[in-house]
Design a protein around this ligand. Sequence first.
Ligand SMILES: [Fe+2]
Length: 297
Amino acid sequence: MSKMNEYVQDVFKWNDEMKKFLESENVDRNNELWQKLDSFTEVMNRMNQPLNAQEINGIHEQVEGLQEDMENYFRERSSLGNIFSTQEPFISAGKHVLPPLPYAYNSLEPYISEEIMRLHHDKHHQSYVDGLNKAEKELEKARTKNDFSLIKHWSRELAFHGSGHYLHTIFWNNMSPSGGGKPAGSLLKEIEKYFGSFDQFKKQFSEAAKQVEGVGWAILVWSPRSRHLEILQSERHMILTQWDTIPLLALDVWEHAYYLQYKNKKADYVDQWWNVVNWKDVEDRYLKASELKWKPY
Ligand SMILES: [Fe+2]
């Protein structure tokens, strides 16, 4: 095979791979990239005779232009964090693991004791990871056997332990030994825009946490649809959950999060908790989440 033939074959293959990639990304058929790749395929299909130097140069130029367009597309998509989604590492059913605590167990003292952090992270969070893995495996079994007689039970377990695992994973990073104070930058502006002021936001968040019915969470979320922040309460982990939102800041007000140290003074725990809030982490989550936009209704 001549060098030129090899080159043409390679370009053909690349063109085909790019189309498959756009397909996997659900890129609209009318998108300019699709049109360019399609018209290039047509050019390549018409080439069944030897090419002169001018024609070869023309193809080179077109290939280079297309490669640049695709690279720009990759760059834009990777800034959203989910490029090559089919090749990204993912958690298969039943394979969740307990994330390590991002700081020492005693480093949130005096606000949250080492004893609480050890129990909360090593025992309680671990039990949600185990429960989620169990639910996923049982549902996998149900799919294999085509037996969904226990679907209600395992779906409930999936929501309970899944929300427990994901919220705790957010919660650990939402806190830091060097936390406290106020957020800065665009998150602060967004808080002031929607809640009036940081103090008004803090008051509403604290009240939502203190008045959770039974056990649960207070959660600051960004709504990609209404495009504003909101504060929600969540009973247990998932009851009252507002789907379609992204948790940014989560405060655990289950007894296991504070009782050993604060006893029945949940309100004191909530007030003291603000001293360990990692606003940098909340802002990172907000910036990432706010990239996501759906049609507003
Ligand atoms: Fe908890």
